[in-house]
Design a protein around this ligand. Structure first.
Ligand code: ADP
Ligand code: GLC
Length: 500
């Protein structure tokens, strides 16, 4: 094997992170929060961290530092690289290719993916690797979700004997196993992949090709975003057909809980809130509550201010429990609570919430769309935050909620189970105070039961305050998670040195 350049002992270790969205450049969900915060957190641990993502429409940051022709299959274009600094010395490289990335949205129109997504994201990966080949191999490549699933595959195929990149280890992180990057097999030659990849132990999945499967199979280490989800995806209930594929990699699988950006989500310094507040002085939270009610055109009188406000900020898809909410929709206006929801997604759920809000203008507010400032305001102003997810790899809003003294009401799955301690059961765990209300069964009864329990606790101010404060004292910062990633990077590097 040729001696890889750039990984010699004593040099600063470097990681090339590849993903499809990141704050502050582009965001549709939690992946963007993670990829915005992880590179600086790694930089703070002494790593040279470079994040590569597409330069989508509307992204104007960065300075062009390189341009070269890139060929993938029979497709050749000049691709540009815009470099933008991230916090703490990390950097982003935005891949400029207007034909592929200058579009209305990152992945598709409505729920329909762009038909050339396999090329769009293969080009992202190849651009990242070719840039590294020109500027020095990283110690490790860290690829995220199906969009970057070909990074480990290319490293083991096209680049296996490359003078610079040969032997580069890779780590693959699954943020959501339900999105599998499926395409027709005739894409293989167009992506520079041989027909040998169309095998059951390679990328083949029920006659098609899965880019997610490629990432899982070929990475040296595989991670996902909570311990619980790492267990769950080995079962048919949560594996979405990939449970067997994951089980084969279980020796190299780790669950690393996401951190949160504690500067961006900080009730003491959040410019989206009308007044700052903290665990020691929660009084500013009432101003946020009044502001949320006003933004939704709900009553702002004493009765509504005293009534618990339940918030939701979410993609409106089955994953997030919207079908369960639909099943209890008639009951919601009868509860002693006000509801505000912010989200976009499937038509039927958007319609349901619009209809509910129109029918109960004094109790239910619905905003369809993506609105970062309103998301912060809801986290600040709501009393409770509802996440009745069918599955939840990690989930970030339940952590944001705790930081804002907003008590999460969640289903015991994935990262929700790992980050919220239930009011009834955690009494038994010494010194670990309750931070929320957790329910198990994915049934309308269990959801209503959890809401009833939360409303009951709200009526007991001492207990409620204790829960709020316990949540606000939790440490969800990135430091610990980034340290765990470093351990995984080291394991991946060692595996390659041993010739695995
Ligand atoms: P997922 O990535 O599955 O959607 P997460 O809980 O990990 O779920 O992350 C969702 C992120 O997207 C959070 O930061 C949340 O505040 C944000 N978000 C979701 N929907 C909206 C919306 N409609 N407007 C603003 N922010 C949103
Ligand atoms: C995915 C998951 C979500 C997770 C996020 C970031 O979008 O659905 O649970 O928090 O990725 O890892």
């Amino acid at each position: 094997m040729p001696k890889p350049r750039g990984r010699s002992a004593g040099r600063r270790r470097s990681v090339l992170i590849i993903g499809s969205e990141a704050q502050p450049f582009a965001k549709t969900g939690g992946l963007a929060d993670v990829l915005g915060a992880l590179p600086p957190a790694l930089a703070r641990l002494g790593w040279d961290a470079t994040l590569v993502l597409p330069k989508y429409r509307g992204v104007s940051s960065g300075t062009r530092t390189d341009t070269f022709p890139l060929t993938v299959g029979a497709w050749t274009r000049d691709v540009g690289f815009f470099e933008a600094p991230l916090d703490d010395g990390a950097r982003a490289l935005l891949v400029d290719c207007p034909e592929l990335y200058e579009r209305d949205a990152p992945y598709g129109h409505g729920n329909i993916d762009y038909p050339d997504n396999p090329r769009r994201f293969a080009v992202l990966v190849r651009a990242a690797l070719e840039h590294a080949a020109r500027h020095g191999a990283p110690s490790v490549v860290h690829a995220h979700d199906w969009q970057a699933g070909l990074a480990p595959v290319y490293l083991r195929s096209l680049y296996a004997a490359h003078p610079v990149l040969a032997g580069t280890p890779s780590v693959f992180t699954i943020h959501n196993i339900a999105y599998q990057g499926l395409c027709e097999a005739d894409w293989l030659p167009r992506l520079d992949l041989g027909w040998d990849q169309l095998a059951i132990d390679r990328l083949e999945y029920w006659g098609r090709v899965s880019l997610l499967k490629g990432g899982i199979n070929d990475a040296d280490m595989v991670t996902t975003v909570s311990r619980r989800y790492a267990e769950e995806i080995q079962t048919p209930e949560f594996g979405f057909g990939f449970d067997g594929i994951i089980q084969r990699r279980r020796a190299d699988l780790a669950g690393i809980l996401n951190g949160i950006d504690v500067q961006e989500w900080d009730p003491e310094h959040d410019h989206f809130l009308p007044a700052p507040f903290s665990a020691a002085d929660l009084s500013g939270k009432a101003a946020a509550k009044a502001a949320v009610l006003a933004r939704y055109g709900l009553p702002t009188g004493a009765a509504t201010l005293a009534r618990p406000l339940v918030g939701m900020v979410s993609r409106m898809v089955d994953q997030k429990g919207f079908d369960l909410i639909a099943a209890v929709a008639d009951n919601l206006p009868r509860l002693d609570a006000t509801f505000v929801v912010l989200g976009e997604g499937e038509d039927r759920y958007q319609r349901l919430w619009r209809t509910l809000a129109a029918a109960h203008p004094d109790r239910i507010g619905a905003r369809i769309g993506f609105d970062e400032s309103l998301a912060h305001l809801i986290e600040g102003g709501a009393d409770m935050f509802l996440m009745p997810s069918r599955f939840e790899p990690c989930g970030l809003n339940q952590m944001y909620s705790q930081r804002y003294g907003t008590v999460p009401v969640v289903r015991a799955v994935g990262g929700l189970a790992d980050t919220v301690r239930d009011a009834a059961s955690s009494k038994a765990v010494k010194g670990r105070r309750a931070t929320g209300v957790v329910f198990d069964a994915y049934t309308p009864e269990a959801l209503l039961g959890a809401l009833a329990r939360a409303l009951d606790l709200f009526g007991q101010p001492r207990k409620w305050r204790a829960m709020q404060r316990a949540g606000m004292q939790e440490d969800f910062s990135w430091h610990r998670s980034a340290q765990e990633y470093v351990k995984i990077y080291d394991r991946a590097i060692k595996k390659r040195l041993k010739g695995a």
